[in-house]
Design a protein around this ligand. Structure first.
Ligand code: NAD
Length: 393
């Protein structure tokens, strides 16, 4: 088997592309991050990250300009041994996967690829997409080695996880599988071989499982709240030294670009008969409404013309990523209640500073459990499903 040294990542300056590119550079590959986002490309080439990614800065300083390059010009693709696609895979307005988004991006780069290359799809895919891409390539009389190796890192913790998690490997042919495995064996703790169909489902089911876990925590929170019971006393009792509930997640806004989307992809794949997935969506998407109602109740019923701060606008703690953040749903709900909204987030420049938001606010909703909020003493009514504020109200 030939040695693969040069790897290009299409969509390389995104949240999956950067950790992967840095990990491959760290293992000695010559890595090109190809992206249409010029700003991100320029930032990376000047040694800066376009977003927060724990542990990435050191690696970027070490490899940028040596064996890691960011580019916008696809001409460089011809020289590569392997090309990895990590562009986004959205769902449409009916919550069905946009399989075409994957096909279109592969077609777009087809004139720059060559048949001796290994092509790896790494985005999360609707089941069956790998074979659809394979078929599309064959229709173009393009016989390359095609593999699917889904990413499973946690947003923001990618650098740590990419080296620690097992990597799922699948290929349309044994040769593709072998070559893909030879790359990831140098990066991941171990590799697990699957068929493309198994790998597609393994990735979607992993994310759906996580979404369902959050939903059950959120549903229990809603039950306790409805009955006037202190949920966190129940939660602590359930999880304290009790092995079978040890991994029970805390309630919280289950947002971000992956979990909701992937659960809906699985539902659509199963002809909308993934009842637990849809129920999870109803619960998780209903939590912002509950928080707004909780606050309204504490403030006498109406939020009209009241100043309400949302603390935390990003979709996860200690991160600057706002994609699909449910804090924006809270904002919309507050707008419908005719409140004055004071969005604040230490990770976002265009929001109010914390002190100002606290000074102005008549009521507060915790949108994201950033560390900065954990020592706050709040003296106005608040809604906090995360259980991070301990002050007496
Ligand atoms: N973010 C995560 O932690 C995570 C984890 C596992 C899997 N995934 C999956 O990985 C995929 C990518 O997610 P992401 O979070 O990295 O998205 P992202 O939006 O952060 O990155 C996608 C990148 O692709 C670039 N891009 C878009 N169209 C392009 C094109 N035609 N040519 C070149 N570049 C193009 C964008 O500019 C962007 O930099 C999705 O399928 C997602 O579900 C994400």
């Amino acid at each position: 088997m030939r040695e693969i040294r040069k790897v290009a990542i299409i969509g390389g300056c995104g949240h999956v592309g950067i950790p992967l590119g840095l990990a491959l550079a760290d293992r000695g590959f010559i890595v090109t991050l190809l992206d249409i986002n010029k700003e991100a490309v320029n930032k990376l080439n000047s040694g800066k990250l376009p977003f927060i990614e724990e542990g990435a800065e050191n690696l970027l300083q070490k490899y940028s300009g040596k064996n890691l390059f960011a580019v916008t010009d696809p001409a460089i693709l011809k020289e590569q041994h392997c090309v990895i696609f990590v562009t986004g895979t959205p769902v449409d307005e009916h919550l069905n996967a946009k399989v075409h988004a994957v096909l279109d991006v592969v077609k777009e780069y087809l004139p720059f690829l060559s048949e001796d290359q290994l092509i790896i799809l790494r985005s999360t895919l609707y089941p069956g997409t790998v074979r659809i891409v394979e078929n599309m390539l064959l229709r173009h009389d393009f016989k390359c080695k095609l593999a699917f190796c889904p990413e499973r890192i946690l947003q923001g913790k990618g650098i740590k996880e990419i080296f620690e998690l097992p990597q799922l490997i699948s290929g349309c042919t044994k040769e593709a599988e072998k070559e893909a495995a030879s790359i990831f064996e140098k990066v991941a703790k171990k590799t697990i071989l699957l068929t493309p169909e198994e790998a597609e489902l393994a990735k979607l089911m992993t994310n759906s499982w996580r979404y369902l876990e959050f939903a059950i925590a959120n549903q229990f929170y809603m039950i306790a709240e409805d009955h006037g019971v202190d949920f966190y006393k129940v939660y602590n009792a359930m999880t304290d030294d009790y092995p079978r509930a040890k991994h029970f997640p805390r309630p919280g806004l289950a947002a971000g670009p992956c979990l909701f989307k992937d659960t809906m992809q699985l539902a659509s794949y199963h002809d909308n008969k993934f009842f637990l997935g849809h129920s999870a969506m109803l619960v998780n998407e209903g939590l912002p409404n509950l928080l707004v109602e909780q606050l309204a109740k504490k403030m006498g019923g109406s939020l009209k013309n009241r100043k309400i701060a949302i603390l935390g606008m990003t979709f996860k703690a200690n991160n600057d990523d706002t994609r699909e953040s449910l804090s924006f749903k809270i904002k919309k709900l507050l707008e419908q209640k005719m409140a004055y909204i004071l969005p604040s987030d230490p990770y976002l420049k265009d929001t109010l500073p914390l002190e100002e938001a606290l000074k102005e606010a008549e009521g507060i909703i915790i949108g994201t459990p950033h560390d900065e909020y954990k020592s706050l003493s709040l003296h106005v009514p608040f809604a906090d499903c995360w259980g991070i504020i301990h002050t007496e109200q």
